[in-house]
Design a protein around this ligand. Structure first.
Ligand code: C2E
Ligand code: CA
Ligand code: CA
Ligand code: CA
Length: 271
């Protein structure tokens, strides 16, 4: 038996129910963190190849835990998705990213990144009001729609009618779509054939495989969309991808995810 906060006792068996109790507690903790404003964004530069000039940024969420310090998304996105809290968290990410991007363009237009990418989960796209929320975030911030790139994955994009409707509405708004982690899904090509995207991000697990990297680049060219190589960690990888013909890259070799203030500095440094 386990004491509950309200003084009653709850009986459970080890295993699934115990995990259920733990998950409930972790979900409550995540909800409290949202209300306490513990989430914030870092921005990782997307750069030109060759050259390494700032082309865009990807917004990546973190939690500032009062005891543990910064917590990476791998530790809370899954639970946020299962619990549905991703809808509220995603709303924060979207509004914060649009506001920051609009501020860069207002304050330092010459140094501002050309685009900002935001990761969106399946659950968010399934919300019938999702595209309207994006429109509101753009309207409130004053950000041009084509400066926003919504990153989806295969698992995000195969979600039925409401999902397809959200994707089409986003494109009608003028927002761009990017297919993230390209090549890791079981039916990425099916998705590519059915969902009009504007960008493909080669998953970092393929960065060292020239055959796959160039095949994905060819696919992107065939569809007339931009290809971005993710997870570029060394100068050698950057040079090889540039030689294959990649025009955009992202990775620790160029820059780690940075606080907003660090992005302006990157704009002045060619890598
Ligand atoms: P992702 O969208 O594929 O984002 C890229 C991840 O790779 C980031 O991890 C980034 O820090 C990391 N990375 C960048 N360059 C390199 C590199 O050169 N080498 C290696 N090994 N890693 C690199 P992060 O920030 O921990 O995010 C992990 C995942 O969490 C993201 O993967 C994305 O799927 C998810 N995520 C992050 N922010 C959000 C968000 O706001 N909403 C949603 N729904 N998911 C998010
Ligand atoms: Ca709340
Ligand atoms: Ca991404
Ligand atoms: Ca990715």
């Amino acid at each position: 038996a386990k004491a509950r906060g309200d003084g009653s006792w709850q009986y459970y068996l080890p295993g699934m129910q115990a995990r259920g109790v733990e998950q409930e507690a972790a979900t409550a903790d995540l909800a409290a963190a949202l209300d306490a404003g513990e989430f914030f964004l870092l921005y990782q530069p997307v750069v030109t190849l060759p050259g390494g000039a700032l082309a865009g940024v990807e917004a990546l969420v973190r939690r500032r835990h009062p005891v543990r310090g910064p917590v990476p998304p791998g530790e809370f996105i899954g639970l946020a998705e299962q619990s549905g809290l991703i809808v509220e968290l995603g709303r924060f990410v979207l509004r914060e990213a649009c506001a920051q991007m609009a501020a860069w363009h207002r304050d330092r237009p010459a140094d501002a990144p050309a685009s900002i990418s935001v990761n969106v989960s399946a659950r968010q796209l399934q919300e019938p009001g999702f595209a309207a929320e994006v429109a509101a975030a753009l309207g409130d911030s004053g950000l041009q729609p084509d400066r926003l790139i919504v990153e989806i994955t295969e698992s995000t994009a195969v979600g039925g009618g409401a999902t397809a409707e959200s994707l089409h509405r986003l494109r009608r708004l003028g927002v761009r779509l990017s297919l993230d982690d390209f090549g890791t899904g079981a039916s990425t090509l099916t998705l590519l054939a059915n969902c009009p995207v504007d960008q493909i991000k080669l998953d970092r697990s393929f960065v060292d495989c020239d055959v796959i990297a160039s095949a994905v680049l060819e696919l992107a060219r065939g569809f007339g969309v931009e290809a971005v190589a993710e997870g570029v960690e060394t100068a050698e990888q950057a040079a090889r991808l540039a030689a294959l013909g990649y025009g955009r890259a992202q990775g620790f070799h160029f820059a780690h995810p940075l606080p907003a203030a660090g992005i302006v500095a990157v704009a002045h440094q060619a890598v």
